[in-house]
Design a protein around this ligand. Structure first.
Ligand code: HEC
Length: 93
């Protein structure tokens, strides 16, 4: 279901737990972004040439990072993290 590119953020993130997502991303993801981009690392999501253009693209990127880092998150965790990033930075509808 998450593979569909036509899903809207409202559907994709409907049952997500953004608080859980925030905890996960703070624990595992921010340090590296902050060391490459400075500050709190959030510029990576708001830079002009950011790569993510769709809600499902956002989930896919979170999944790639999860796999790359071998964090062994569940799909639910990936969706929670993506939902948090969407709420804070991407604002996809
Ligand atoms: C080892 C360093 C490192 C870690 C750890 C890391 N990232 Fe990243 N991340 C990057 C770099 C570098 C980029 C930019 C890649 C590019 O521009 O091609 C990036 C890009 C992203 C983007 C895309 C930003 C955009 O819109 O262009 C997202 C979303 C993201 N990371 C999420 C995560 C998540 C979630 C985690 C934790 C599971 C994570 N990252 C962990 C280095 C890291």
């Amino acid at each position: 279901m998450l593979a569909s590119t036509s899903l809207q953020a409202n559907d994709l993130f409907k049952n997500a737990d953004v608080v859980a997502g925030k905890k996960l991303i703070n624990a595992h993801c921010i340090n590296c972004h902050a060391s490459s981009f400075g500050g709190d690392g959030s510029e990576i999501y708001t830079r002009e040439l950011r790569k993510i253009k769709t809600p499902s693209g956002l989930v896919a990127q979170v999944r790639n990072c999860n796999t790359m880092l071998d964090l062994k998150w569940f799909e639910e965790d990936e969706v929670n993290v993506a939902a948090y990033l969407n709420q804070q930075y991407y604002h996809f509808k």
